[in-house]
Design a protein around this ligand. Structure first.
Ligand code: HEM
Length: 547
């Protein structure tokens, strides 16, 4: 009994000390601080479990820029103009150090991988900068991946873990672009790269409860399992090392033997091999380059597959949109006989607008944390935040701004950006899906084109619908979202159309369509164009088509 009471006393003393140490200290001229009632916990509960309403209320009451108390620290939430200032002033705000706190990439990739400017240059020059070549590779392997993981679907097939499915398909072309066809012919390597981000994903969603005591504690606890054998990174690193070593050796031998006649490979591995610090005779040098490869893998595969799966759900819940995009796809596909190049992707203007709208509706409320790294920063609205302050961007508020997207900003309008000289890759003050300013995502040109190509191939081959028949909502996890896990139904277009045709004539023969011949003609026309009777002009009107 005495032991219980002394433990309790100790706990109370600990909490009092914690309260005193962690008391929010708000300086002069800071953004308004939102009052709270529960000591220590502050706004943490509302931020995690009532995020949408909580942030909305705060913004209505305190304006675009306000501070809250979560996980034992004061965090300043920024929207609209003050958010834009973060992107414009990269010498005052830093994202890497802020992200590292909850996602210690430096601990996960101990050999390398932390040189962000190098990855930005790599993505800009080698991935987005070689779009022509990379899109050809993407086309070949997207088709192979779709064949392998989705299949023919002559009978409708329902998929549930759709993000994983799409991630497998997206990983295949990206792996080929990163390490080349020879290494990427090994399934275990492609799987290692594809799974990398998913295996690390759980780290991102662990709420940093230990921040209440000390920030470092969270990192120690999160990386603890790695020390006891649970380390997805080292497992993947071994696979990639085993597959890349012989390829690297072969290329080095070719370089030596062929000299000036050596024909460089068009992949990122070749780029790494051309770096002055590439020397596999040095210990851990190959591991250093593999960690660099992991960093770019982490930035590219999971993000692109997320964009693609979100768009797929947005499409599947809207059959009329699918039909409209199918018409555009069919016209373009006919022009190039199914062999799509960058030029054709650029002609897919409706698809582009839809992808942009789908990304705008990503749904995550708060993203892109940044630390104030200068002594202090004064926003143009006059508020000052001190150095060392964590700021978080209320991106969803900006993406739903009526001032930028019109009065219907909160409505999903797939062709909102059509004929507006506003492609999905364009970053501007309010379209911040890819960040902004100096650090705006350099991989976005590739990501958008690959997403469009993937959707094009899916639209051409399948009828996609949600199993529920409704538009599926994303799952809100605190301030972030994850794709719906509702079933997606894939059905081969041609097989479905043949069945529809048999059914239509069956009904006609039994007389059930006899009183509605316009309806019969329209249905017949839809079916015929779907079966790729490509000589029928798309604009042909049922009223005067002579059926
Ligand atoms: C739809 C897919 C993608 C989305 C939504 C996305 C989003 C983002 C965002 C929001 C940032 C932070 C920007 C900022 O700090 O202002 C970023 C940075 C970055 N992204 Fe992407 N990204 C995608 C695809 C890719 C791809 C395919 C690559 C590589 C090929 C890539 C490479 C990078 C790199 C290297 C950075 C760091 C840039 C820097 O700090 O200077 N991303 N991305």
């Amino acid at each position: 009994m005495i032991e219980v009471s002394s433990t309790f006393q100790l706990f109370v003393v600990f909490m009092i000390i914690l309260y005193i140490i962690k008391r929010p200290r708000i300086g002069k001229n800071e953004p308004p601080f939102v009052p709270y009632t529960i000591p220590i916990l502050g706004h943490t509960y509302d931020y995690l479990f009532n995020t949408k309403e909580f942030l909305k209320e705060c913004k209505e009451k305190y304006g675009d820029c306000f501070s809250i108390y979560i996980f034992g620290e004061v965090v300043t939430i920024l929207s609209r103009d003050s958010l834009t200032e973060v992107f414009r002033n990269h010498n005052d705000f830093d994202m890497s150090s802020a992200t590292r706190e909850t996602f210690p990439l430096n601990r996960l990739l101990p050999y390398g991988g932390n040189n962000v400017p190098f990855h930005a240059k790599t993505a800009r020059e080698q991935v987005s900068g070689k779009l022509d070549i990379n899109i050809d590779i993407a086309q070949k392997y997207l088709l192979e991946g779709m064949e392998k993981w989705i299949g023919d679907c002559n009978e409708p097939k329902v998929f549930y873990k759709t993000w994983n499915l799409v991630n497998c398909i997206i990983a295949l072309p990206i792996a080929n672009i990163l390490v080349g066809e020879e290494a990427a012919s090994h399934e275990d390597l492609v799987k290692a790269l594809g799974d990398l981000a998913f295996d690390l994903g759980p780290l991102l969603v662990i709420p940093p409860i230990l921040f209440f005591i000390h920030k470092k504690l969270h990192e120690i606890v999160v990386t603890l399992p790695f020390k006891f054998g649970w380390n997805p990174i080292s497992r993947h690193r071994n696979i990639v090392k085993n597959r890349l070593s012989p390829v690297v050796e072969k290329r080095l031998k070719e370089r030596k033997e062929l000299g000036d006649n050596y024909k460089p490979y068009n992949d990122l591995l070749e780029y790494y091999m051309n770096q002055p610090d590439f020397d596999i005779t040095k210990p851990n040098n190959l591991l250093y380059h593999i960690d660099n490869l992991f960093a770019i893998t982490f930035a590219s595969i999971n993000t692109t597959s997320r964009a693609s799966v979100d768009a797929l759900y947005d499409l599947a819940g809207r059959p009329e949109l699918l039909n409209e995009l199918y018409e555009e796809a069919l016209t373009i596909d006919k022009e190039c006989n199914g062999l799509v190049t960058l030029t054709e992707i650029q002609k897919m203007v409706k698809l582009d607008s839809f992808v942009k709208e789908s990304l705008r509706f990503g749904g995550s409320l708060i993203t892109l944390p940044h630390y104030v790294i200068s002594k202090s920063y004064t926003f143009s609205n006059g508020f000052t935040v001190p150095g060392g302050r964590m700021t978080k961007l209320y991106t969803n508020d900006m993406l739903m701004a009526k001032e930028s997207f019109g009065d219907d900003a909160e409505e999903f309008k797939p062709f909102r950006f059509l004929n507006r000289n506003s492609p999905a890759t364009k970053v501007d003050r309010s379209y911040i899906v890819f960040g902004g300013g100096k650090h705006a995502c350099p991989g976005r040109f590739f990501a958008i084109n690959e997403t469009k190509l993937f959707l094009h191939k899916v639209i051409m081959k399948y009828k996609v619908s949600t199993e529920s028949g409704k538009i599926e909502d994303k799952m809100l996890i605190g301030p972030s979202t994850s794709p719906s896990q509702g079933g997606l139904v894939f059905e081969n277009r041609e097989a479905a159309s043949h069945k529809d045709l048999v059914k239509l004539f069956g009904n006609f023969a039994s007389g059930s369509n006899i009183n509605n011949s316009a309806n019969f003609h329209q249905k017949l026309y839809d079916i015929v164009i779907t079966i790729k009777c490509r000589d029928i002009p798309m604009s042909m009107n049922v009223g005067n088509n002579g059926f």
